[in-house]
Write a protein that binds this ligand. Sequence first.
Ligand code: UDP
Length: 329
Amino acid sequence: MICVIGGAGYIGSHCVKRLLERDHKVVTLDNLEAGHRAAIVGGEFVQGDYTDRQTLDTLFTSYPIECVMHFAAYASVAESMTDPAKFYRLNVVGGYTLLEAMRAHRIPYLIFSSSAATYGEPRQIPIPEDHPQQPTNAYGETKRAFEQMLRWYDVAFGLRSVSLRYFNAAGADPEGQLGEDHHPETHLIPLVLLTALGKRPVLKIFGTDYDTPDGTAIRDYIHVTDLADAHILAAESLKGGAPTTAYNLGNGLGYSVREVVRTAEEVVGHPIPQEEAPRRAGDPARLVASADRAKRELGWQPQYADLRTIIETAWRWHSTHPDGYGDRL
Ligand code: UDP
């Protein structure tokens, strides 16, 4: 059985769905602070906090768990700069509590949601896994810190793990059942589409003076269902004896903010109100993954790599769920 911590969130919920489709038994642990009950499409559900050892002890004795997939973290870069304590408490101290409980209950494998934010300002593009990790924000630092803990927990205790460094997770369940619903929403694609729906007045383009062909920042958008598939492959690889490691997950393709907005306008069929705005603090000009290792070693093959497809799936969700899951109105 696989335990998905944070399985009611954006990426976690898509992973739960994919696991169930592949006939895995799943138990989701989520405190629903940011997650949505309606996003858990099946399997068992326990509402609780993974930073609480008692909750983990009860969970780990109640279910025959072989692998933990850990998605639960604070993820707002901007907030991490004003309140790093909050991020250390959940992402690092909470992570320690989780690892100690896994150790006590002899759960052998963990898949960890890491981030391209662990690299900081890129020195080369595309970014390979052995690129130096020098985060420029506290969020990325907490992700890096937990990756380091994982390394030493393997050396000393034999707990094996895969850290998956996501680039820009985007899109929604191709069947339209699940989507992205953050409060507050800060990500580009949902904001563009909410603006198209008239839920936001105007899309701000943060920075038009970057050293890129059209002056706006370039990111590697990767479909959330493709991310989910990589988790399943990573869990299978650990079970097959693979060592602790980290993989980048991206398409290796960079799109600028203006390209994203233009493609979204094509998908929705009308212009989207937009205005130029200053750069957002801490945003690098370009982040593009080299995901060759995940493809080679895990046999991962993204199915929804095309930006238009990514935006079409997101639009299907937003246009049919203009208030998201409707539980935070
Ligand atoms: N962005 C923007 N307007 C917005 C939100 C984001 O121009 O309302 C830009 C942001 O500056 C970055 C890119 O879109 O260059 C992707 O931002 P997002 O927050 O989606 O992901 P990040 O790359 O920060 O993880």
